[in-house]
Design a protein around this ligand. Sequence first.
Ligand code: 13P
Length: 342
Amino acid sequence: MMTKPMSLEQVAEAMVAPGKGILAADESSGTIKKRFDSIKIDSTEVNRRDYREMLFSAIDAMRSSISGVILYDETIRQKAKDGRPMPELIASTGALPGIKVDKGTKPLPFCPGDTITEGLDGLAERIKDYVALGAKFAKWRAVYDIGLKVPSWSSINANAHALARYAALCVEGGLVPIVEPEVLMDGGHDIDACEGVTEWVLREVYQQLYYARVPLEKTILKPNMVISGMKCPKRASREEVAERTVRVLKRCVPPAVPGIAFLSGGQSDEDATAHLSLMNQLGPLPWRLSFSYGRALQAAALKAWGGRPENVAAGQRAFAHRARMNGAASLGKWTDEMEKAA
Ligand code: 13P
């Protein structure tokens, strides 16, 4: 019997299903090289395939805690060792394959320190290709640094417009768009600065999504948390991060959006988990709050693996643990003790 294809609303709901979240494994060639440099292995096509296959075939973790996987263009076209295409391997665990479709950032003219994310030209055709390869959702990341004169209105406006154009093309082409405006936590700014910029960015993004006529029910938001800059000496507590993030989201994100899946942005693994759990304890909330972590889901697994085939089981165990912790956090049920027990 043929099963009916999922509607985009159903895909969006499934991406933030209770107890589950998204694995962001869509590092560009440059970024994955940096990750591999940290464990001193070469970033070859085979190594990249083996590493990612290790994650996607961690069957218990995938089944119980991962709703979807964001892939890079290279990976969606690769085959696992047994010959199955990667999207098929992912789908066999019950998770949905997704694809990063932006082409990265370029400096924004006349706005020193600001960037614009590129990739709109030809996107409708690329979306067709990705749908044929099995993708169910997509991702586009806009990036905003906080500094003396950044981000500028020009960058906030241009990036929101690009996100909205991307989202409209995705929905029309049959993919759920993950709308990702990332306010970086790299600077020395305090949490007030992060709150102000995050609110401005999100308000502009939802304004542009409205102008582009994007049905919000078919979208997922992937924001940063409201958090102290990495180099800021005054650290906001976990509770404050949770409260401020939820406050800003309530101001800016319409309840029509089914789910919000955070990026980790350079937080420690446990902070990313704790923040998500605390936020979910502040309910009831109008949308599901979950994760779409890259580093905070992968760092321990990457280290345990270290590029050695004999460490695949250890890498999968490390990944399974983080996936389980974040799955619990998406229900507001993570505790410090669970971390120690493992
Ligand atoms: P991090 O969780 O490592 O920030 O990565 C998430 C992501 O997809 C960034 O675009």
